[in-house]
Design a protein around this ligand. Structure first.
Ligand SMILES: [Mn+2]
Length: 429
């Protein structure tokens, strides 16, 4: 199935170009009054990318039900094709993050070539020891890397090493490890022993990392274990990453914290400790909702980026976070949601670039809370849409990605080529 034609994108852009240019010029004037050069911001935003999770292009669903959409990808090559369309139109997602064993392939070299032909690279590999694979000897029902049984732990370690080996074939440079290990009853698990077993298992994975690889430890407050989780917060993650060594760092999934937790401050702490691996961007209202990035709390997303831009501005040593989306789409077309979220993440980055750092520093040093807050709000309240449009158009993407996508009929073509998959089981991660 072909991607969306360049002609279609150009025709769609032609109708919007004049207004986009006018808006860009006007925003440029406004920013010039704040001594900001709009073209510099545009170049910085153009260099920014966020990876797409391969599982994101399928309909996720909830633990209750899954309502499959039409034209869903049937296998990893279909997923790659959808990721290519997202990148073609939105121009903010140059990499794909795979999940093993949800993504299977008999020829990883062919997959890498196909990705490359679409201009896509492979970001972090994701292992899965939170569900059982068909015919595996030991079940993860009571844990994986921290299981009381050494044979189960060894199986989980082996799986992670297999993920690294696949990743090497794809040009990936990182392994993300999230485990569901924990307990549902007080007394069920010995907290300290479980953590020690985590360190022992993780050390074996760490030892298998190629020199230029990193290991991302993803924490999550709860679920599927609802009384305790082994790596439940950034503190446990930081302890583990510190014990493992310099290649191990902490990954922040925005949905994996208690409500109202100050995530931007966690980000600042991880930066200070040299342990910020990167992000899984999504949004939430109540818990690990996996809603689209910035759909509920865009100011929080901006505040996270404020910390990131501040660290880059201050040239913090070793600061090199990886950016990924991690969402579950149950009521939208995944391609539309992922394009919108990528643009939202880009938007937060662009807004954070507009913060007057000198003004903010001065206000903080003078204990001027109001002016400090205003410095952030002024950046956040700036509508940077013309910058995002310009970045996309210059790269050959669509000024209005969702509009161009809907007009392209891509989903309808996919529906003809890809027969519907029966729904029923949950699919949120
Ligand atoms: Mn995640």
């Amino acid at each position: 199935m072909p991607l969306i034609s360049k002609d279609h994108i150009q025709t769609h852009n032609a109708a919007l170009q004049r207004h986009a240019d006018t808006d860009y010029e006007y925003l440029g004037e406004q920013l010039a009054r704040r001594y900001i050069d709009i073209d510099t911001i545009t170049q910085q935003v153009a260099a920014f990318g966020v990876a797409i999770p391969s599982w994101g292009v399928g309909t996720g669903g909830t633990r209750f039900a899954r309502f499959p959409g039409m034209g869903e990808p049937r296998h990893v090559f279909d997923k790659l094709q959808d990721c290519a369309v997202i990148q073609q139109l939105a121009r903010a997602t140059p990499a794909v993050s795979l999940h093993i064993p949800w993504d299977t392939c008999s020829d990883w070299g062919e997959l890498r070539q196909t990705a490359s032909s679409h201009g896509l690279a492979f970001d972090a590999m994701n292992s899965n020891t939170f569900s059982d694979q068909k015919d595996q000897p030991h079940s993860y029902k009571f844990g994986s890397l921290t299981h009381a049984d050494p044979a189960t732990r060894a199986q989980a370690v082996e799986h992670n090493i297999a993920c690294i080996e696949i990743g090497e074939k794809l040009g990936s440079k990182a392994l993300t490890v999230w485990i569901g290990d924990g307990s549902n009853f007080p007394g069920q698990q010995h907290f300290r022993r479980a953590f020690e077993r985590y360190l022992e298992s993780s050390s074996a994975i760490y030892a298998a990392l190629p020199d230029n690889w990193r290991m991302f430890l993803e924490h999550k407050i709860c679920e599927p274990a609802f009384y305790s989780t082994v790596i439940q917060d950034w503190g446990s993650s930081f302890m583990a990453a510190s014990a493992l060594g310099p290649k191990a760092q902490c990954l922040v999934d925005l949905g994996h914290h208690a409500p109202n937790v100050n995530i931007e401050m966690i980000v600042a702490r991880l930066i200070a400790g040299g342990k910020l691996a990167g992000f899984h961007f999504n949004d939430s209202k109540y818990g690990d909702d996996d809603l689209d990035a910035g759909s509920v709390a865009p100011y929080r997303l901006f505040l996270v980026f404020n910390e990131l831009v501040s660290a880059a501005h201050e040239k913090v040593a070793g600061f090199n976070p990886a950016y990924m989306l991690d969402q579950s789409h149950n009521v939208t077309d995944p391609i539309e949601s992922l394009m919108t979220s990528a643009a939202q993440v880009q938007r937060s980055y662009a807004q954070a670039l507009l913060v007057d750092r000198a003004e903010l520093d001065a206000a903080q040093d003078a204990n001027d809370a109001l002016m400090a807050s205003r410095a952030l709000k002024r950046a956040f309240e700036t509508d940077v849409t013309p910058i995002l449009q310009r970045v996309r158009a210059l790269a050959g993407g669509a000024i209005d990605p969702v509009g161009a996508y809907r007009a392209s009929g891509y989903r309808q073509r996919a529906a003809k080529e890809r027969p519907a998959v029966a729904g029923g089981s949950g699919g949120i991660v």
